[in-house]
Ligand binder design. Structure first.
Ligand code: TXA
Ligand code: MG
Length: 300
């Protein structure tokens, strides 16, 4: 189906992707249409190996070091497009770089190897909504015909860390389970954090994103009887209409894996809003808070 230019949803260790042949402008255009995605928001291209990715983008010493250490895995590198690259220009929405990633999930690996083509894939949700971490989530986003490979629940549960290596200094464009500290440790140099300047360079960093239908209230210290509670830790707040605890033992990795599924399950009547308890701002907690902030941001 992919080779014929059709869309296929597939699991990765982070979230489910909506895949298409990255070399085909028509297939890639179909991703934007199905998602209702602003066409200026560029896509990640998936490969089975670093060698396969190196046919399309230029790896410098830093990129090579990171690929050695973290691939296959939840890290995306934004690298300069090679002149002879076969990737559709639509993928990177007019930028001279391409975001590339080698996923670790065994079903994603099998698909990439069998299909033998680079696969462009954003998260398999309609634009602006919560990313899917199960095949059932994908089905609920696209109730009409879409071929979905079911590989169970994603183990990481948050989209990949995105690092740009297109400037003098490495820039962390999107926090993820591979942390700022781990990247600096691997590179032995400073990694810049997103600033306003960088936000313009990466148009995908829209303020409102991953949004549930209900309003989301952050850092809740109290909860009212008509609210659903997204709890964290040993001592959840009392008095919510309904509660799901991201991790009773306050484990941030467990919390990340549950985040999008629990947001979906709390999202709807009879509750008026979702109250989220504070999440510690360290390690993968930084990526969880990034997603929660976007989910709570004012909508367009
Ligand atoms: O975990 C993931 O990364 C998932 C799975 C399916 O691989 N994919 C995913 O894709 O989250 P998406 O399209 O939802 O997010 C891609 C992010 C966006 O923030 C986009 O702006 C950024 O990567 N991006 C892609 N290409 C870029 C480029 N050339 N320059 C800067 N940012 C880029
Ligand atoms: Mg997405």
């Amino acid at each position: 189906m992919l080779r014929e230019g059709k869309l296929v949803a597939f699991p990765t260790e982070t979230v489910y992707g909506l895949g298409a042949d990255a070399r085909s402008g028509e297939a890639v255009a179909d991703i934007f249409t199905r998602k209702g995605r602003p066409s200026f928001n560029p896509l990640i291209v998936h490969f089975p190996t670093q060698e396969a990715a190196a046919a399309e983008v230029a790896f410098d010493a830093r990129a090579y070091k990171l690929a050695q250490r973290f691939w296959p895995g939840p890290l995306t590198l934004v690298l300069p497009r090679k002149n002879q690259s076969t990737i559709s220009l639509l993928v990177s929405a007019g930028l001279n770089s391409i975001a590339v990633r080698v996923p670790a999930h065994s079903m994603a690996q099998a698909l990439l190897r069998e299909a033998c083509i680079p696969i462009a894939a954003p998260s398999a949700n309609r634009s602006g909504r919560i990313s899917p971490t199960t095949a059932a989530h994908v089905r609920s986003e696209f109730p009409d015909s879409l071929f979905i490979l079911d590989g169970g629940a994603c183990t990481v549960g948050l989209e990949s860390t995105v690092l740009a290596l297109t400037h003098a200094a490495p820039i962390l464009l999107r926090p993820g389970s591979i942390t700022h500290e781990e990247l600096e440790d691997a590179l032995q140099e400073a990694v810049l954090l997103p600033s306003d300047h960088v936000a313009i360079a990466s148009p995908g960093m829209l303020a409102s994103h991953y949004a549930p239908n209900l309003p989301l209230r952050l850092n809740a210290a109290t909860v009212s009887p008509d609210e659903a509670l997204l709890a964290f830790g040993l001592q959840p707040l009392c008095g919510a209409a309904h509660m799901l605890n991201l991790s009773e033992r306050a484990d941030l990795r467990e919390a990340a894996a549950h985040l999008f599924d629990y947001l979906r399950r709390l999202d709807g009547p009879p509750y008026k809003s979702i109250a989220a308890m504070p999440i510690p701002e360290h390690g993968i907690g930084i990526a969880i808070n990034d997603r929660l902030k976007r989910a709570a941001a004012p909508r367009e």
